[in-house]
Design a protein around this ligand. Structure first.
Ligand code: FES
Length: 133
């Protein structure tokens, strides 16, 4: 009787472990899907040993439209600044920053130096004035 109880107990433990492992695998799948995306949604997701190239030490003034989605170049190599043209393939770890503009239609300054504070996303925060090179 006790032997059966041990077996049942072991089966329950195995079942619990299986559930836990499957849950971990599901989480890993979700994370790998995110990291496989061809863009980031936050610049903190960019993992590279390389510093971005600085295309210009001033902002890019661009007309943004409410509700439009843009792909901002984070690496600095794009020939269609401030937006991505795929040149980041030369900069391992870099991907464009995907963002949807929520403000009213307006000309906005997007970071041209690529050194603005991460929480500013694609927008100029004046950081280019502090660059000493
Ligand atoms: S992020 Fe710079 S070209 Fe794509």
């Amino acid at each position: 009787m006790e032997k059966i109880s041990d077996q049942e107990s072991q089966q329950q433990l195995n079942s619990d472990q299986e559930t836990q492992i499957n849950s971990q695998l599901d989480n890993q799948d979700a994370q790998s899907v995110d990291s496989d995306l061809p863009y980031v949604t936050d610049r903190s997701q960019i993992k590279s040993d390389l510093k971005p190239v600085c295309p210009q030490k001033k902002s890019y003034k661009v007309q943004l439209k409410h509700g439009e989605t843009y792909f901002y170049c984070t690496c600095g190599l794009s020939k269609t600044q401030p937006f991505c043209d795929g040149s980041h393939v030369q900069m391992p770890g870099y991907k464009p920053l995907k963002f949807t503009y929520e403000g009213e239609d307006k000309i906005k300054g997007l970071c041209g130096c690529k050194y603005n504070k991460i929480e500013k996303g694609p927008f100029c925060d004046g950081q280019h004035k502090k660059l000493d090179w």
